[in-house]
Design a protein. Structure first.
Lengths: 538, 290
């Protein structure tokens, strides 16, 4: 139905795509896989005719007999949203916040189908029903901010499929979502494909997602398709070294001698912590409502131990992090580091932070773009009562950069000169420089490509082996936690619902929520085994 | 490399990229021409700007009078030179007042978001904003009498809330970024973070707004002088020259054209320079152009 051959794209003479070729049949799910910068999104934009200014295209992309690359902009407008629909990654920004969901879904129909307002509303209703947003709970006059991330992504999907397109392109449709929501969205996409017989092009960096549902996959690197084929057989016999490296990195387990925890000295003790937020006043006379983000949480981290804290967005794990870092005052319970209680009082917080540092999720947002790396990494020296001299500061920055695998000369660079993975190394260097006892890793590898993620996990394992640092590893992704932690806590709605040694949790989870999380986590081996069995049975 | 060498290397890099930026060079040349003209006017002008030679009135531009003469026979070139002095001084000082008073207020309001301090600062700014600038100027001159200094104060007061709002808005979006959280984890207080992390990241906005306010300042001074509340005769000002020439435009257009051209060119030059400066001072953009 859709076939691409010899597609080349260059933007201002920089080649982006080289000889990209693939075919998607009717009712087929095609997985396009690659890491950031591999050209997978650009391939989608080329199909949609949304290439940036300064692009030169060549080759053929044929949809039902028409070459899309020959179409004028006006003709492409009729095709976009009509016979080709697209779903974007970020459901939070893909919807217009001032329009109702009914208007936004109906809009496509009104533009394309020359439909009246009433018919468009009826179509919007029908489509929202199909994507699992029933009329009684989700009337057409809801606004995007009244919906959760997963519900918004359903609205985005409804917009794309309202006119029953021949081809649906989904660009990382679940990357921004929690695992349980991700599983539901993937199910929904699969169901829509079988109902409508449309083709689905699923773009993702996550091999686990495509292993489950794609009929064919193609793996891209540097603008080229390096390997393509039928899903199960491709996973079974990968030939290209890059696809094999990608496959291995996706469930990489760093080499670590399990549980270096020396004795039972606790480094961080959290006891019955409660964090209440006062919600904004809704009435002048009624007292403002409260929201309990963290509800009676207790745990201990021993010296040299690596503890995982897993939970989906909104479960209170970030609030807990901020409380531990003494950035916010708790309303109940105690947190103590190395035996000393922590509070948001400036003097006490100052002393506590000498013993713990933090690495944040976003490698792009966690540095001041105006400062050089030396100054960025040396920032925690502010916590010391005696600041090192300029020469000593330089020496220590160079030493810590070497520790995280960067060069001494990198100290003179600005942060924009580094890739995402290198930036995360700089972030770890900043956390290490005052030699803390505990490093809190707040989703520290979630934003990284799988191969980079594997390197950072190796680095963390290596650091704890050499320096006997404890980690509090906060993540929504269970597979990462499994690779790097000794014990895991599972958090839901502000409470710890399950805790135990990592392997035990994964093998025999007790709480239904933990079981649901594990079941929803994409797993290549499990998906392939299930499919082979299905094929054998069928 | 030691710190000193790094700083020197950075200074060289800034200087090199400044010379490569066409808008900066053009803007800087135009601005420097007017500043030099203003400075030279203290020492020397072709003619005395207070000397009236009625016989020479309405002379067209010639070798003797480059820009011609006005209705009293004064040399327009000399008047434009002296007028540059007034206009530039008024605009620089007024924008300076706005930045020095407004930016710290805005940063403080952002650091203590939703506190009483924030409310007090922003609501007083709203109060100033709710009066038209000209009204404030008339108010001040009514109390203290017309003159250059009072015009500066009036324009400066009007500039303050502009910078306070800009600084607060930009700082608020920065406060949600992880690197400020990292700075707090590194034990830095809100005042230090505002100075070290927020101020450098909003300078590009401040520079752009500064050049816009600078041009508005020149126009405001011209406007105040036009209604007689700015520079007082016999001190020439571009605004008053325009005001006095408006009835003469059909018989002697050059009397209006030259001061008008001076205003346009200064504003244009400053805007170009501000644009270039913003790009040059941002390490990301500097590298991107190399």
């Amino acid at each position: 139905m859709l076939s691409a051959a010899n597609v080349n794209l260059s933007v201002f003479d920089t080649p982006i795509l080289r000889n990209v070729a693939f075919e998607i049949g009717e009712g087929e799910i095609f997985g396009l896989i690659g890491e950031s910068g591999s050209g997978k999104s650009m391939t989608a934009y080329t199909i949609m005719g949304l290439t940036p200014v300064g692009s030169k295209r060549s080759g053929r992309i044929v949809l039902d007999g028409d070459n899309l690359l020959d179409k004028t902009e006006a003709q492409m407008c009729a095709i976009r949203g009509g016979s080709v629909g697209m779903v974007f990654q970020e459901p939070m920004t893909a919807l217009n916040p001032v329009k109702t969901i009914g208007e936004q879904v109906g809009e496509t129909a009104m533009i394309h189908g020359a439909m009246g307002r009433r018919e468009a509303a009826a179509l919007a209703r029908g489509t929202l029903d199909r994507v699992g947003l029933p009329a009684d709970r989700f009337p057409l006059d809801r606004y995007p901010h009244e919906l959760s991330g997963g519900q918004r992504q359903r609205v985005v999907i409804a917009m794309a499929i309202a006119l029953r397109p021949r081809l649906l392109i989904a660009d990382e449709p679940t990357t921004a979502l929690d695992v349980t929501t991700q599983a539901q969205i993937i199910m929904l996409l699969r169901q829509l494909v079988s109902e409508d017989g449309m083709a689905l092009m699923l773009i993702t960096h996550d091999l686990g997602v495509v292993a489950d549902i794609a009929d064919h996959i193609a793996i891209m690197k540097d603008g080229e398709v390096v390997e393509a084929g039928e899903t199960v057989s491709l996973f079974r016999n990968m030939t290209h070294p890059y696809s094999r490296a990608l496959f291995e990195a996706s469930d990489h387990v760093p080499d670590r001698t399990s549980s270096q925890a020396t004795g039972d000295t606790p480094i961080l003790e959290v006891a019955d912590v409660v964090r209440d937020y006062q919600l904004p006043r809704t009435s002048l006379f009624a007292p403002p409502a409260h929201f309990r983000a963290v509800d009676g949480v207790s745990f201990t981290i021993r010296r040299g131990e690596s503890l995982g804290l897993v939970g989906e967005s909104g479960c209170g794990k970030s609030t807990l992090t901020r409380a531990i870092l003494a950035l916010e005052q708790v309303q109940g319970g105690t947190i103590s580091i190395d035996g000393e209680p922590i509070s948001a009082d400036a003097e006490i917080a100052h002393r506590a932070r000498r013993k713990m540092q933090v690495v944040f999720q976003d490698p792009y947002g966690s540095f001041n773009p105006r400062h050089r790396v030396e100054r960025l990494v040396a920032e925690p020296f502010h916590l010391l009562s005696e600041k090192p001299s300029a020469g000593e500061r330089r020496a220590r920055v160079e030493a810590v950069l070497a520790n995280v695998g960067l060069a001494a000369a990198d100290a003179d660079k600005y942060i924009h000169e580094f890739s995402g993975g290198q930036r995360q190394r700089v972030a770890i260097a900043r956390a290490l420089i005052i030699e803390p006892e505990l490093i809190i890793l707040d989703e520290a590898v979630s934003a990284l490509d799988v191969s980079i993620r594997a390197q950072i996990l190796d680095l963390l394992a290596d650091l704890t082996a050499r320096l006997n640092i404890s980690y509090l590893f906060i993540a929504h992704d269970l597979s990462v936690v499994r690779a790097i932690t000794d014990r895991v806590l599972v958090m839901k709605a502000g409470q710890i619902v399950e805790e135990g040694p990592t392997e035990q949790i994964f093998k025999a989870a007790q709480h239904p929520y933990t079981q649901a999380l594990i079941a929803a986590t994409p797993n290549i081996d499990r998906a392939l085994a299930a499919r082979s069995k299905g094929a054998a049975a069928g | 490399m030691s710190e000193v060498e790094v700083n020197r290397a950075e200074a060289n890099e800034i200087w090199r990229s400044a010379l490569r930026s066409r808008s900066f060079v053009i803007g800087a040349v135009v601005t420097v021409v007017f500043v030099v003209a203003a400075l030279v006017s203290f020492l020397w002008t072709p003619y005395d700007v207070t000397e009236l030679v009625i016989a020479d009135r309405f002379k067209r531009p010639s070798a003797g009078h480059w820009f011609g003469t006005d209705q009293f026979g004064r040399d327009i070139f000399s008047m434009v030179m002296v007028g540059a002095r007034t206009s530039i001084a008024v605009a620089v000082v007024a924008v300076g007042i706005g930045v020095v008073a407004g930016v710290p207020l805005g940063l403080a309001a952002a650091a203590k978001r939703d506190s009483l301090l924030d409310e007090v600062i922003m609501r007083s700014n709203d109060m100033i904003f709710s009066f038209p600038a000209l009204l404030i100027a008339i108010l001040i001159t009514a109390v203290f009498g017309p003159g250059v200094v009072n015009a500066i104060i009036a324009i400066g007061i009007f500039n303050t809330p502009v910078f306070a709002r800009l600084a607060r808005g930009a700082a608020l979006s920065l406060w949600t970024r992880d690197f400020l959280l990292a700075a707090r984890v590194a034990g830095k207080g809100k005042a230090l973070i505002s100075l070290e992390h927020i101020l450098p990241n909003i300078t590009n906005l401040l520079i752009v707004q500064g050049t816009i306010q600078f041009s508005l300042g020149i126009l405001a001074e011209a406007g105040l002088s036009y209604v007689g509340l700015g520079a007082q005769p016999p001190l020439p000002s571009w605004g008053r020259m325009l005001a006095e020439s408006q009835t003469l435009i059909s018989i002697a257009p050059h009397v209006a054209i030259f001061p008008g051209l001076a205003i346009v060119l200064t504003v244009l030059g400053l805007n170009l320079m501000g644009d270039g400066l913003r790009d040059i001072l941002d390490p990301r953009l500097r590298r991107a152009r190399n």
